[in-house]
Design a protein around this ligand. Structure first.
Ligand code: C5P
Length: 226
């Protein structure tokens, strides 16, 4: 527990991943993209033919299979790429479909329990920046710095739109907005590890901030905390 960890939690598309990567780079720390684990599980389920629609998830046998997949998830992160076993799934894992599947499978308590140790194993010297929904509330409750990042939903939809467009994918802003709202509502309402700020989290609203401004804020907080 002496190994430093900075948690960055918040809703979909608020810039957690970008902020976590930038802060980790400045500090020379490791970075855990916990959402990628749930996204990889969604893909693994699809490949194994395990359904992840809401009706299927209510079936205890399906939940058990998903938890078993989660316990042996062949996830690998290297050189900015994400692998599921021998497949480079970096682009697939970032797709809207993978995000939606992740949001559904991640509501299962057995799945979350199965991924807990794997996430904690990322806490290695010289330190870790972890981003997700429950880094500060569940995975690293003793973290000396917990940031709860938010941005207005319209701004988040706009950023997601630009991100997709830059990758040559087409989407409508209205659809993206509706999807973000569905995903956030599901993440907030679930009974385990619901999306909410840890009691000791510092709030950061980056709606009108540049990435660099947010990075500087977090680095200053980190200096004060250590
Ligand atoms: O952060 P990202 O959009 O990649 O996460 C995808 C989904 O995975 C989220 O909507 C959320 O339901 C789930 N998730 C989670 N706990 C985390 C990270 C992600 O439940 N720590």
């Amino acid at each position: 527990a002496d190994i430093p960890v900075i948690c960055i939690d918040g809703p979909s598309a608020c810039g957690k991943g970008t902020l976590a990567a930038a802060v980790a780079q400045r500090l020379g720390y490791h970075v855990l993209d916990s959402g990628a684990l749930y996204r990889l599980l969604g893909l693994a389920a699809q490949r194994a033919g395990v359904p992840t629609d809401d009706a299927a998830l209510a079936d205890a046998a399906v939940a058990e299979r998903l938890a078993a997949l989660a316990a042996q998830l062949p996830a690998r992160f290297a050189d900015g790429r994400i692998w599921l076993g021998d497949d480079d799934v970096t682009d697939e894992v970032r797709s809207q479909a993978a995000g939606a599947a992740a949001s559904r499978v991640s509501a299962l308590p057995a799945v979350r329990a199965a991924l807990l140790q794997a996430q904690r194993a990322w806490r290695r010297l010289p330190g870790l920046v972890a981003d997700g929904r429950d880094m500060g509330t569940v995975v690293f409750p003793d973290a000396p710095l917990k940031v709860y990042l938010t941005a207005g939903v319209a701004e988040r939809a706009r950023r997601r739109y630009e991100q997709l467009r830059a990758r040559g994918e087409h989407a409508s802003i209205d659809d993206l907005l509706a999807e973000l709202q569905t995903r956030d509502a599901r993440d907030r309402a679930r009974s385990v590890a619901a999306l909410k700020p840890a009691e000791d989290a510092l709030l950061l609203d980056n709606t009108h901030q540049s990435i660099e401004q947010s990075v500087q804020t977090v680095l200053q907080w980190w200096q004060q905390r250590r």
